[in-house]
Design a protein around this ligand. Structure first.
Ligand SMILES: C[S@@+](CC[C@H](N)C(=O)[O-])C[C@H]1O[C@@H](n2cnc3c(N)ncnc32)[C@H](O)[C@@H]1O
Length: 207
């Protein structure tokens, strides 16, 4: 039987944005279990969209896009207002995001299989992160064991991310959910900080 959630979707993300339950039901079981820990909740995506509605967005990129949940549901809210891109270094997750994009029939979203620390995707007006470096130090609810866990590596990667963000042009915005890994971001000022029910949500602006 055709998935009822998908049947209601339309070209370019027309229709109601999916709930967490609806999105999770499209994932393989092993990835559904990780959902509360690894994929942005709809509530946070809706909050981000309320902010973006009032912004001049040329394009937005999710640094560490996982199964594509943030990008795909944001696209259902934004309805083609601007291009949305996800970058993810676990190729198997990029494959899932690509197949969900087809199933959900959303437009203006693309996914790139790459490591943003090695090849930073400059040129977007807005970036989003849901603490992608945390997995380097955290032991539970991780997406497989392929990546090394090391506090030293975490600090090294955090420094690399900060350096990349420092080279973004003035006015670039970084939206964080559960932070980017640190508390100080050189070259940026805090525009907004909100304690949402599920975690801290912030917007940083390059000066
Ligand atoms: C907490 S999940 C967030 C997923 C997605 N942004 C969302 O909100 O639903 C973080 C993701 O970042 C990815 N990631 C971590 N380091 C990365 C890197 N250097 N380059 C690309 N992706 C990375 C992980 O594989 C994981 O899928």
């Amino acid at each position: 039987m055709k998935n009822q959630f998908l049947a209601k979707g339309g070209k370019g993300g027309v229709g109601k944005p999916m709930t967490d339950f609806q999105f999770d039901s499209l994932l393989p079981e092993a990835l559904q279990i990780l959902s509360p820990y690894q994929w942005t909740p709809n509530l946070v995506i809706a909050h981000t969209w309320e902010f973006l509605k009032g912004e001049k967005v040329s394009s937005l990129l999710d640094l560490g896009s996982g199964v594509g949940k943030f990008c795909l549901i944001l696209s259902q809210y934004a309805k083609n207002r601007f291009p949305i891109c996800g970058m993810e270094d676990r190729n198997e997750l990029v494959q899932i995001a690509e197949s969900l994009k087809i199933k959900m029939n959303v437009g203006n979203v693309s996914f790139v299989s790459s490591n943003f620390l090695e090849s930073f995707p400059y040129g977007h007006s807005h970036y989003y992160v849901f603490n992608p470096l945390y997995e380097t130090i955290k032991g539970s609810h991780t997406i497989g064991d392929a990546k090394i866990k090391s506090a030293k590596l975490f600090l090294h990667n955090l420094q690399r991310l900060k350096e990349h963000l420092f080279f973004c042009p003035k006015g670039t915005k970084l939206i964080t959910y559960h932070g980017f890994g640190g508390s100080v971001l050189p070259g940026y000022k805090v525009q907004t900080k909100v304690n949402l029910e599920l975690g801290e949500w912030m917007v940083w602006e390059k000066e």
